[in-house]
Design a protein around this ligand. Structure first.
Ligand SMILES: Nc1ncnc2c1ncn2[C@@H]1O[C@H](COP(=O)(O)OP(=O)(O)OP(=O)(O)O)[C@@H](O)[C@H]1O
Ligand SMILES: [Mg+2]
Length: 264
């Protein structure tokens, strides 16, 4: 029996940019990664390590310099911009650190936004889907509120509802808890993980918080343009350099590193 193709498959993926000095900056130097439906993968890395660059490739916002990126077994680098945009709209949901909600709209209108594109049908149907999602994130009673009247955690839950309302097969979260306190961040991550699992979507979380990464099923460290399994020796050494910035001892222990390597 054949197993279904992974949702995402990255092979030797590279991304370089040409600097004004005419030198090439090699941001990603050969990324191999396989993500299946229902997976939750975290990518940890210090600032400037290329996390957002990687996320933009996964989100079909940017194109690689070389290597392959297969979405559902198909090489998406062959697709033109329009078809990539259509695939992105239909299959990928984004959650950002700063929520990116429109403040002149209500929570409900924000969640309905992704349904305006594509074939989501009549207004009442879009509204019903959006209300269901708001209910799912526990904000049914705040549907008519403007985002600025909501707490940070509530705003991020609206953003989660918006990212998931089209039932994307891939959810990309870039520092989703970066603007939240620890407890609220954990609750948002738990919710994201839960809803992703329910709909068998794959979740890729980018973070420099090891506590957040520990909530995923697999974590990788992005360092020097390559991904290392967080359990591997190379990653442990690099982690001890990265970690001092933000995470405490317990978070590192949870992520699999040994206490001695951490300079708290
Ligand atoms: N278009 C570009 N031109 C020049 N340099 C770039 C470009 N895009 C990214 N870089 C550089 O590549 C590196 C990686 O950037 P990226 O935004 O992916 O980092 P990051 O890991 O997301 O960092 P942070 O945690 O601070 O968000 C940085 O040094 C950045 O300055
Ligand atoms: Mg970034």
């Amino acid at each position: 029996m054949s197993t279904p193709a992974p949702l995402l498959e990255l092979r030797e993926l590279r991304r370089s940019v040409r600097l004004p000095s005419r030198e090439d900056l090699h941001i990603l130097r050969g990324i191999d990664l396989t993500v299946h439906a229902g997976d939750h993968v975290a990518v940890v890395g210090r600032s400037g390590s290329g996390k957002s660059t990687l996320l933009n490739l996964l989100g079909l916002i940017d194109r690689q310099t070389s290597g392959e990126l297969l979405f559902d077994g198909a090489d998406v680098s062959r697709l033109g911009d329009r078809r990539r945009a259509r695939l992105r709209g239909a299959s990928i949901g984004f959650v950002f650190q700063q929520f990116n909600l429109l403040d002149r709209r209500t929570a409900l209108e924000n969640v309905m936004m992704p349904l305006m594109y594509g074939s989501a049908g009549q207004f009442w149907r879009r509204e019903r889907l959006a209300r269901e999602m708001l209910d799912r994130v526990g904000l049914a009673d705040r549907a008519d509120q403007q985002p600025s009247r909501l707490s940070g955690g509530e705003q991020q839950r609206v953003a989660v509802a918006r990212a998931l309302v089209r039932r994307p097969r891939l959810i990309l979260a870039d520092e989703p808890t970066g603007a939240l306190d620890v407890t609220t961040g954990e609750a948002v991550m738990a919710l994201l993980d839960e809803i992703a699992r329910e709909s068998d979507a794959a979740l890729v979380t980018i973070t420099h918080d090891l506590q957040v990464a520990a909530l995923s099923r697999r974590s990788y460290l992005l360092d020097e343009g390559v991904l290392n399994d967080v359990g591997s020796t190379g990653a442990q050494d690099a982690l001890s350099a990265t970690v001092g910035i933000r995470a405490g001892r317990e978070a590192v222990a949870a992520a699999g590193a040994s206490h001695q390597e951490v300079q708290a």
